[in-house]
Write a new protein. Structure first.
Ligand code: SAM
Length: 293
């Protein structure tokens, strides 16, 4: 089968010729809905910066969750993505996205649906990057799904995501950081995560109450230390569930005696969850899994 190579230069010209996003939102009556976490980015310089934070997109399929009127979608196509698969729950955004599809024929697939019910496998070919200005109400849930993929390395080669700054800080947090918790252990175990830059509330329409941050996450080839995912999740949930308590107390909720568990891995029972490294949590998870074997 002979497939025609897309004319990227013609697409770029047509994308640049699209009307400003503010006008698109007005014309399609896309008044932002709070329930859908709609805070749109109108500044195409900024969406370009977010797309560049994902690195080289040429030859990559990009999964975007929540394209809305398509500011970031345009930037991803202009950055040379082979194809963008954009999952949007708000049907009102579909006409605006159809205009982008017409500007870059064959390179934008719009999925009209809920990202939480979406199976990306049939839509994407490796290498896959995920780039999104996530709706704040499902952002953490989506991230946890991507981080807990049963196969590792996962189907994606990077995540470049916008979160509320407080959530971003929890993702990149390590021992001793105020935001260190279950999310930081999970992210640190399987990935390398960094905050690339912050975005002021004034860049969005309507402006959210808090600053946002762009986070870039790359999967480690192999997790930092050996551990069973479900055992690691149980141990971190118990330890951080009572984060001010000593481990000898907080780990009781595991349903096993904490003292021998901690002794087996050489961790002082008087320590608190926030002081443990990811590797120490993995050691605890292995010891806990052994008690259940
Ligand atoms: N990408 C656009 C931008 O940067 O201007 C919009 C980002 S806005 C923060 C989040 C988008 O996610 C909205 O377009 C909203 O309709 C969409 N959304 C909300 N919940 C969703 C869901 N469950 N599945 C898919 N899209 C969703």
């Amino acid at each position: 089968m002979v497939t025609e190579t897309p004319d990227f230069a013609a697409h770029a010209e047509a994308l640049h010729a699209l009307p400003p996003l503010r006008e698109v939102v007005g014309r399609h009556e896309l008044a932002a809905k709070k329930a859908l976490g709609q805070n749109f980015l109108f500044d195409l310089n900024l969406t370009g910066r977010v797309a560049r934070a994902a690195g080289d997109l040429t030859g990559c399929d990009v999964l975007e969750i929540g394209p809305g009127p398509g500011g970031l979608t345009r930037a991803l196509l202009l950055a040379g993505a082979r194809k963008v698969v954009a999952v949007e729950r708000d049907e009102r955004a579909l006409p605006a996205l159809a205009e982008i599809q017409a500007a870059a024929p064959g390179r934008l697939e719009v999925v009209d649906g809920d990202a939480l019910k979406f199976d990306p496998a049939p839509y994407l070919t490796a290498p896959v990057k995920i780039v999104a200005n996530l709706p704040y109400n499902i952002g953490t849930e989506l991230l946890v799904r991507w981080l807990t993929a049963p196969q590792w390395p996962p189907f994606w080669s990077s995540l470049t995501l916008m979160f509320q700054k407080e959530v971003a800080e929890r993702i990149v947090a390590g021992p001793g950081d105020s935001g260190y918790g279950r999310l930081g252990v999970l992210a640190g175990w399987r990935t390398e995560a960094e905050i690339v830059f912050d975005i002021s509330p004034h860049a969005f329409f309507p402006p959210p109450k808090v600053t946002s941050s762009v986070v870039r996450i790359r999967p480690r080839e192999k997790p930092l230390a050996e551990a069973d995912l479900s055992a690691l999740e149980r141990v971190t949930a118990a330890a951080f569930g009572q984060r001010r308590k000593m481990l000898r107390q907080s780990l009781k909720s595991l349903g096993v005696e904490p003292a021998p568990l901690l002794e087996a891995v050489g961790i002082d029972p008087q320590r608190r969850a926030e002081t443990l490294s990811v590797e120490e949590f993995c050691a605890l998870a292995r010891a806990f899994a052994a008690t259940r074997a």
